[in-house]
Design a binder for this molecule. Structure first.
Ligand code: IPE
Length: 245
């Protein structure tokens, strides 16, 4: 049973302090993941990716042909990936890095192509591939941002994942009263409640997340770090975003 898990940038980094790993939260996540098999981890950018991306004016749609900008953004994400892989390794998780810039690309319409054979083989060999939000080469745009959410959705579909979880900085999608919404079947059900993310986020905040997940063939759970162990044990904490299938 394959699980695709995103560790949000606001979980693994201190989102408002440039290039700062949230060591303790990351360690707690790694402890919760310990012992989970058939797992793909994707982490977000947090204070590593978003600061560099916005400084260079690069988003998922608007690209750059500046190699220095590409190296900057990708380099920061690799540093964060090293920290996530190392934290998982300290808990005995057989984590190995996957850098999407080396494999993924977008066509002129923005459609993502990401060959998943490498990730599938890693899984088959007992590794836990750890990919991340990144830049990708984009026909006509140079490089654009690939969010961890988009990569989760892509890999979940390509690998026919049975379970999808997004561990984020909040305990789920919150309604106007700050209560966790149990289940979302359509984005217009919750349009009023989905504000923008407050820290620098070039990839669309919670509304973008929900929209992406609604297109998946399986349901996806959005929950906070305290519920990660419950999710990995088979539960559906937080908000269940019902898939399309
Ligand atoms: C962003 O990934 C990646 C870059 C900015 C390079 P995400 O959009 O998935 O990151 P978080 O989880 O929101 O921080």
């Amino acid at each position: 049973m394959t699980t695709v898990l995103k560790l949000g940038g606001s979980v693994v980094t201190e989102k408002d302090r440039p290039e700062t790993v949230a060591e303790e939260r990351l360690d707690r996540c790694a402890a919760a993941i310990e012992g989970t098999g058939d797992l793909v981890v994707v982490h977000g950018g947090g204070s590593f990716g978003h600061h560099h991306a916005s400084r260079h004016g690069v988003t998922a749609a608007a690209g750059s042909h500046d190699a220095a900008a590409a190296v900057d953004i990708h380099g920061a994400m690799k540093r964060l990936n090293d920290a996530v892989v190392a934290a998982l390794g300290r808990h005995g998780v057989p984590a190995v890095p996957v850098h999407p810039f080396s494999a993924g690309t977008r066509d002129a319409d923005g459609a993502l192509e990401f060959p998943h054979g490498q990730v599938e083989t890693m899984l088959g060999e007992g590794f836990v591939p750890v990919a991340h939000g990144d830049i990708v080469s984009h026909a006509g745009e140079g490089v654009t941002i690939l969010s961890g959410d988009e990569l989760v959705a892509h890999l979940a579909a390509a690998l026919a994942a049975d379970r999808v979880g997004l561990c984020s900085g909040v305990p789920g999608v919150l309604d106007a009263d700050g209560e966790v919404i149990d289940r979302i079947d359509a984005v217009d059900e919750v349009a009023g409640a989905l504000g923008d993310s407050d820290a620098t986020d070039v990839t669309g905040g919670m509304a973008g997340k929900v929209r992406t997940l609604l297109e998946l063939p399986v349901g996806a759970s959005i929950f906070g770090p305290d519920d990660l162990a419950a999710f990995l044990a088979g539960g559906t904490p937080g908000t269940l975003v019902a898939g399309d299938g």
